[in-house]
Design a protein around this ligand. Structure first.
Ligand code: GDP
Length: 364
C-alpha cells in the first residue's frame, strides 16, 4: 500500500512544509515567532495567517507580502510554488526531541536560533546534534543584530538592505561576530556562511542575520525557508494518499474529554476514520469523532470555540476528539486503519515507537 501511495504522488501538488524553531534559551525563539506572525496589514486583518492547534499557518499570500521588498532586489527571481508554511508554535527543542517516533515526519525544516552576541551555547550544540540525528535540513537565524553597538534600525528590512546603511564600525563588528560564529560551527564539524554568499546549500549551513525586535532579516528567513523547501525537498512534500500524523499533546478539555492535539503532516484525515495511537497500556484503537480547529481570527465572535471539519488535509494542526484516549502518549505516531488493512500489523508498527517515547515520559 505504501508503494502505491508513493507512486500516486505528484510534484505539481505540494503540501506546506512543517517548520520548527529551536536553539538555546533566551536567544529569541519566541520573539522571532511573534515577529514572523505579525502582519503589515492594518485593521486586525491577519492576511490569511491562521492560528491552528499547536501551529500557525502562513499562506503564500502572506509570505509574498512580507518578502516583497526582498524579492525586488534579487537578481534571480524565484516563483513560490508551495501553498504556505506551517510553523510549530512551541519553540524550544522539547517539542522536537520528545517527538521522536520514527515514522513521523513532524518537521521538514528547522530554524536554529543563535544569539549573535553569544555565539554557540550548550543547547545550540544539543539542538545541532538532534538535527544531525534526524537529518533535518535547517537554517541558522543569527539573532539580535540590533544589539550591535550603534546599530541603526530599519524596521522589517531585508538584512542586506539594512547592512548597506550601517556605519563602517558596525559592519566591522558584524563581520567579526559572523566570523567567530562560523569558526564555532566549524569546530562542530559544520561549514557555514552568510546565506546570501551560500553557493552550495548541501555543503554549507546558511546564516541569516536577524532581529526579532526590529524585524530586520525576517523577510530573509521566510524567503529562504520557502526556497529551500521547494527546491530541495519536493520529494517529502508531495501529497500522499496515506496519512502521516503525530500526536503533539494529550489534553483534557471540558465538554470534550481527553483529546489529542495532532499535526497532520501528510494525507487526509476524516471524521469516522478508525485510528491507532500509542498508549501506556498498549495500542489504542478508536474512531475519530470530531476534528476541530480554532475559529479564524475575524470570526471570533461566532459562537463556539472551534470549527468542526468533516475532513482535514495536510499540513495542519488539529484537535482530535475520540473515546479511549486517556492513556495516549504525546509524540506517538497516529495511523489510520483502512478497510483492507491488517489491524494487528498497524498496531505493531505504532507501538514500535514506544520504547523511545517511554524513555522521554520517564525523564519528565
Ligand atoms: P527564547 O527563550 O529563545 O524563546 O527567547 P525569547 O524570545 O523569550 O527572548 C529572550 C529575551 O531576548 C527577551 O527579553 C527578548 O525581548 C530578547 N530578544 C529576543 N530577540 C531579540 C532581538 O532580536 N534583539 C534584542 N535586542 N532582544 C531580543
Amino acid at each position: 500500500r505504501h508503494k502505491e501511495a508513493l507512486a500516486a504522488r505528484s510534484a505539481d501538488d505540494l503540501r506546506s512544509p512543517i517548520c520548527v524553531i529551536l536553539g538555546h534559551v533566551d536567544t529569541g525563539k519566541t520573539k522571532l515567532l511573534d515577529k514572523i506572525r505579525q502582519t503589515n496589514v492594518q485593521g486586525g486583518e491577519a492576511g490569511g495567517i491562521t492560528q491552528q492547534i499547536g501551529a500557525t499557518f502562513f499562506p503564500m499570500s502572506a509570505i509574498n507580502e512580507k518578502t516583497k521588498k526582498l524579492r525586488e532586489n534579487l537578481t534571480k527571481q524565484v516563483e513560490y510554488k508551495l501553498p504556505g508554511l506551517l510553523i510549530i508554535d512551541t519553540p524550544g527543542h522539547e517539542s522536537f526531541s520528545n517527538l521522536r517516533s520514527r515514522g513521523s515526519s513532524l518537521c521538514n525544516i528547522a530554524v536554529l536560533v543563535v544569539d549573535i552576541m553569544h555565539g554557540l551555547e550548550p543547547q545550540t550544540i544539543e539542538s545541532l546534534q538532534l538535527l544531525k540525528d534526524r537529518k533535518t535540513p535547517f537554517v541558522v537565524a543569527l539573532n539580535k543584530i540590533d544589539r550591535l553597538f550603534d546599530w541603526q534600525v530599519y524596521p522589517n528590512y531585508p538584512v542586506q538592505e539594512s547592512l548597506k546603511l550601517q556605519k563602517k564600525h558596525v559592519i566591522k563588528e558584524f563581520n567579526d561576530r559572523v566570523e567567530k560564529t562560523m569558526l564555532a560551527f566549524s569546530e562542530q564539524g559544520l561549514n557555514s556562511c552568510l546565506y546570501y554568499n551560500n553557493k552550495n546549500f548541501s555543503k554549507y549551513v546558511s546564516l541569516i542575520p536577524t532581529s526579532a525586535h526590529t524585524g530586520e532579516g525576517v523577510p530573509d528567513i521566510l524567503h529562504l525557508l520557502v526556497e529551500l523547501s521547494q527546491s530541495r525537498m519536493t520529494d517529502s512534500l508531495m501529497y500522499l494518499s496515506e496519512i502521516e500524523c503525530t500526536v503533539l499533546e494529550v489534553k483534557v478539555i471540558e465538554g470534550l474529554g481527553t483529546t489529542l492535539d495532532i499535526i497532520l503532516s501528510n494525507g487526509i484525515l476524516k471524521e469516522g476514520d478508525k485510528i491507532v495511537v500509542c498508549g501506556t497500556n498498549g495500542p489504542i484503537s478508536t474512531v475519530v469523532r470530531a476534528l476541530l480547529t480554532p475559529q479564524p481570527m475575524r470570526e471570533l465572535r461566532v459562537k463556539g470555540e472551534y470549527v468542526k471539519h468533516k475532513e482535514v488535509k495536510a499540513a495542519l494542526g488539529v484537535k482530535l476528539v475520540a473515546s479511549d484516549l486517556e492513556n495516549a502518549i504525546a509524540g506517538s505516531r497516529l495511523m489510520v486503519i483502512g478497510p483492507d488493512d491488517d489491524e494487528e500489523e498497524i498496531m505493531d508498527a505504532v507501538m514500535e515507537d514506544l520504547t523511545g517515547l517511554m524513555e522521554n515520559v520517564e525523564k519528565k
